[in-house]
Design a protein around this ligand. Sequence first.
Ligand code: NCD
Length: 333
Amino acid sequence: MSTHPTETDSYPRADVTPPSGSLFPHKHLLGTWNLDPVSIKHILDTAEEYVEQNRRAQKSTPKCAGLTQINLFFENSTRTLMSFEIAGKRLGMDTISMSTGTSSIKKGETLLDTAATLNAMHPDVLVMRHADSGAVKLLSEKMDCAVINAGDGRAEHPTQALLDALTIRRRKGALHGQTVVISGDVAHSRVARSNIYLLSAMGARVRLVAPPTLLPKDVDRLGVEVATRMDEGLKGADVVMMLRLQQERMQGAFLPSLREYFRFWGLTAEKLAYAKDDVLVMHPGPMNRGVEIASDVADDIDRSAIEEQVEMGVAVRMACLDILTRNLRGEAA
Ligand code: NCD
């Protein structure tokens, strides 16, 4: 059983829930902590159809034509921002992206003023990334439209967990019963949190493997197994998800040196031998090669699913945009 984020990372109340009884009874997608298996499966099944569509030469449909999607990114991003842009365009939406460098936030505008300004432009979906945990939820309360969290601080990154789940389900046939190891800088990782909630809800066994300084303070409340050595931690793993060392979120000394870190915690072929033979290697990107993962492991075409994760990302985001706008388009969610 997973628990809610800690106080600083928390979303104290559940989302608005119209229409009740639908497969996805949420107005926004702010995290995975409040998603039940039915909603998760609904998103993944919908995404499967988009995987097929994205592999065709003709990739766009006018399904969401006339709707406006704003991507508002207050933190750097390559793959997530592009993925959301491509996803919106493939559904025929008018997609506009704004990042901090060009916004009035630099001129001192508060987040709530930004929300009011954007709201007045009548977007239908707002996709937002912000360095502070809880900022996306705060903004969602001021917006009339659906809001998707594209990563807030160290709290949640729901579409990453959904695309990871889709990747695992396609490769392993199911999520239930899989032993998934999440290893590296768990303490600073919103990807880890969203994955913990989602995978636990779907009946996977989650094990965190990290040095004690990189485990979250509330680790006991997360309802997962914990190991602090790679050999014991990787034993019996079906999936190993490596996380980037997020040095931009570290204040003070968490590690001796990057070389030491690689030696003890970096995923090498040698360490991977402790996992199951058919283990799947994943990484949300961007990767620090030679820090948390060795290049030959990242590029191992038999075991690495890292590029596939990127592919699944577009399909999952199309599914989220589609499902969250069904109400507007007069369809059942
Ligand atoms: C992650 C993020 O930004 O949370 N990247 C991503 O979205 N693909 C992980 C990271 O930055 O390490």
